[in-house]
Design a protein around this ligand. Structure first.
Ligand code: PLP
Length: 406
């Protein structure tokens, strides 16, 4: 958006956020599709599969540990880098699952969710005019943060239904001006897991252009087949990678906002310099609780992924019976479905009608794509399946009726 596109009535302090695309020309919050769809769900009584948060609690031990920490007086500012008990648990977790040796004292930073880790990293490492590469569609915070940091956002398209990036696109988009490459695997909104070849290609490109890799791995434990491979485990990657994760998705504690990043000490220091003035610290009693969660036995993680895979299958069956073409996610909370076979080529319009047609709410994938590049994802809808099994069974049955086959 250029200044001349802005309403003349915008105040100078509104123009700053509007220029980064965060405020609309009338001064309202720019992206409202999630809010709009949730309001629609509430108003119509439809099942809300638009928002990606679980409607069931995670491991009781984790919840009890937070209650105990509050009772024991863990209620004041924790250390700036996070409580040692959590930093050490994160280091143990990286060793146990991925064989990565991490120094808990200098290479781990606890943040207010993965979101603050992303914000602090982007604000710390991106200067005006630096290029930042992301895949597209992608989690909406990336574009907003890049814009606010003054970065130039370059994107590599991922295409329905297999979402595999074209190596030629990677070569074309990553270049000498690339400061950061933001990777998200397993991926939101598509549920795709990047294959080893793509990850290795990204590392080669980052090395060639001396770029930092920022990898958002919040769905690391919600993989349905095989195991997650952090890009930091690839040869040459670790010294230039900021690995970001969070307890929110793994333990169904999205409201606690306990996240973290793991990176070489000089990168951690640069990011901490920004983070200390964003939140300083957060979530004291939740930190020992997430630490306890990270040390839970393998079976707890496997069972959570298996339960989610069952939910995926229930929703996939309903969507298929309805007549959608779907892409089966390998991980995460979401299924992307194409509404075109049902005769709808505009997913935003379709999502506004779906509560009335079927009593279900989804969100258009266009919400994860820059407005100039929405053609390829125009008819795609994202549905969340991180909901109670009975809720998904009901949603699935309602959707199936769209196809007239149930
Ligand atoms: C949910 C989500 C986040 C945010 O994580 P928090 O820990 O809640 O801040 C970041 N990235 C992706 C891809 C997500 O889906």
């Amino acid at each position: 958006m250029t200044d001349s596109d802005l309403e003349p009535r915008l105040r100078p302090w509104q123009r700053t956020a509007a220029g980064a695309g965060l405020l609309a020309a009338d001064g309202s919050i720019a992206s409202t599709i999630f809010a709009e769809m949730s309001a629609l769900a509430t108003a119509s009584g439809a099942i809300n599969l638009g928002q990606g948060f679980p409607d069931e609690d995670g491991p009781i031990e984790v919840l009890d540990a937070a209650r105990a920490a509050i009772a024991e007086g863990v209620n004041q500012y924790p250390p700036g880098m996070g409580m040692p008990v959590l930093r050490e648990a994160i280091a143990r977790h990286q060793r146990r699952w991925y064989g990565i040796e991490v120094d808990a004292a200098s290479e781990v930073l606890v943040t207010a969710g993965a979101t603050e880790a992303l914000a602090a990293t982007i604000l710390a490492l991106v200067d005006d005019g630096d290029e930042v590469v992301t895949f597209e569609p992608s989690y909406d915070a990336y574009a907003a943060l890049i814009a606010r940091a003054g970065g130039v956002h370059r994107t590599v398209p991922l295409a329905f239904p297999d979402w595999r990036p074209d190596p030629d696109d990677l070569e074309r988009v990553v270049g000498p001006r690339t400061r950061l490459i933001i990777v998200n695997t397993p991926h939101n909104p598509t549920g795709a897991v990047f294959d080893a070849r793509t990850l290795a290609h990204l590392v080669r490109l980052a090395e060639r252009h001396d770029a930092v890799i920022v990898t958002d791995e919040v769905y690391e434990h919600l993989v349905f087949e095989g195991r997650h491979t952090p890009i930091a485990t690839l040869p040459g990657a670790r010294e230039r990678t900021v690995t970001i994760s969070s307890g929110g998705k793994t333990f169904s504690t999205t409201g606690w906002k306990v996240g973290w990043l793991v990176a070489p000490a000089p990168l951690v220091t640069a990011i901490l310099a920004v983070k200390q003035y964003l939140t300083y610290v957060n979530g004291a009693p939740f930190q020992p609780a997430i630490a306890l969660g990270l040390d839970l036995p393998d079976a707890v993680f496997a069972d959570a992924a298996a339960a989610l895979a069952t939910k995926r299958d229930v929703l996939a069956a309903g969507l298929t019976a309805a007549g959608f073409e779907i892409s089966i996610p390998s991980a995460g909370y979401f299924i992307v479905a194409d509404a075109a076979p049902l005769g709808f080529d505009d997913a935003a319009e379709f999502c506004r009608r779906l509560p009335h047609l079927a009593g279900v709410v989804g969100v258009p994938v266009s919400a994860f794509v820059h407005p100039d590049r929405r053609a390829a994802t125009r008819s795609l809808v994202r549905f969340a399946f991180c909901k109670r099994l009975d809720v998904l069974q009901e949603a699935s049955a309602r959707l199936a009726m769209l196809g007239g086959r149930s």
